[in-house]
Write a protein that binds this ligand. Structure first.
Ligand code: NAD
Length: 321
């Protein structure tokens, strides 16, 4: 069995490698050759922790396994990241454990890759202004992956605590792109692409604040009850997702579906757009919205790529179990 520790991941795998892995697995999901198993997530009644598993199998790449971990709210006091995860890969021919891979950085990279895939396939090619809502841990990964994907010439941002926007300003500065803190009205009026990455439980962005032609990647809502945009916006938009079952239960679409504004059948799997089986953006006036809920297959795809790279470079640690 191989071990690829967390500290090796940053120098091992690039955002571009993660983009390719996530795009491939979204396409495989839409071909029904890759599927996610039911998610388990439990409050364990200790340390206020939420713990669970996301798992699946991709018959094309033979990535089989699970990501285990969750949220430990008091970890920061111990100098540790609150979100903790480890990815386990199994040999699809024998069931033996093939690799254990540190999953913290990979989670951020695979989540950023998902919104970047949505920008590649759904945003207007002439989109030049990127709007960021949220400035927490995930936000800089989201921003970097979006800037890799499209020639944005300006970034505008909003966050509940405006002081945290410095994080985004720093990344924009590194890339030589101007950054401006704005209110939500201005953000909607100026941005061609909007990424939301917050832990909000109430709509932040209202439908009337979004212009025709905008592409939104809603990435923060991954739990029942969370919400980042007004449900009416999904009624106005063409809605896409990684997995429809998650989108309607724990994703941004849960509210619009519950209010009868859209039906599950109105939501398109982004993999079908990648495969060319379903249309993506069909007009410059259309609002497209990607509901990125986060699936286990994304974790397995990027972990498999990391293991391959570690083996290639001779740095994977081999152990007997
Ligand atoms: P974080 O705790 O570092 O940052 C949280 C962000 O949410 C901050 O910008 C904060 O200002 C904002 N926020 C919190 N409450 C808010 C409110 N009521 N109104 C407006 N903004 C509010 O978290 P993070 O690691 O950056 O993760 C952000 C979100 O992304 C989390 O909800 C996390 O569960 C989710 N996430 C989703 C995926 C996925 O695959 N879709 C993957 C990883 C994380």
């Amino acid at each position: 069995m191989l071990i690829v520790p967390e500290h090796l991941i940053a120098d091992l795998i690039s955002a571009q490698d993660c983009f390719a892995a996530v795009e491939q697995v979204f396409a495989a999901m839409a071909r029904d050759t890759a599927y996610n198993f039911p998610v388990i997530r439990e409050a364990i009644g200790h340390a206020d922790a939420l713990y669970g598993f996301k798992s699946g199998f991709d018959r094309e790449s033979l990535a089989l396994g699970l990501k285990s971990g969750g949220f430990w709210p008091r970890n920061a006091d111990k100098g540790l990241t609150n979100h903790q995860s480890t990815i386990f890969l199994f040999d699809a021919d024998t069931g033996r454990c093939r690799a254990v891979v540190g999953g913290n950085l990979l989670t951020a990279l695979r989540t950023a890759a998902a919104s970047a895939v949505s920008i590649r396939h759904l945003a207007r090619r002439d989109a030049r202004v990127l709007g960021m809502i949220g400035a927490g841990h995930q936000s800089t990964f989201q921003l970097r992956a979006a800037l890799d994907q499209q020639d944005f010439d300006r970034v505008v941002g909003w966050n509940l605590n405006p002081a945290d926007l410095d994080r985004l300003a720093k990344v924009a500065d590194e890339r030589g792109i101007p950054f401006q803190a704005v209110d939500l009205e201005q953000l909607g009026a100026q941005a061609d692409v909007i990424i939301t990455i917050t832990s909000s439980f109430a709509p932040i962005l209202q439908a009337a604040q979004v212009r025709p032609g905008t592409h939104l990647a809603c990435m923060g809502t991954d739990t029942k009850g969370k919400q980042e945009v007004e449900a009416a916006l999904l009624g106005k938009a063409s809605v896409f997702t990684d997995e429809v079952a998650q989108s309607v239960t724990i994703g941004e679409a849960q509210h619009a579906v519950a209010q009868g504004l859209i039906a599950p059948d109105d939501i398109t799997q982004i993999g079908a757009v990648i495969n060319g089986d379903r249309p993506g953006r069909v007009s410059d006036d259309q609002i497209t919205l990607f509901d990125g809920t986060g699936v286990g297959l994304q974790d397995l795809a990027v972990a498999s790529a990391a293991v391959d790279l570690a083996v290639e470079r001779g740095i994977a640690i081999a152990v007997q179990i």
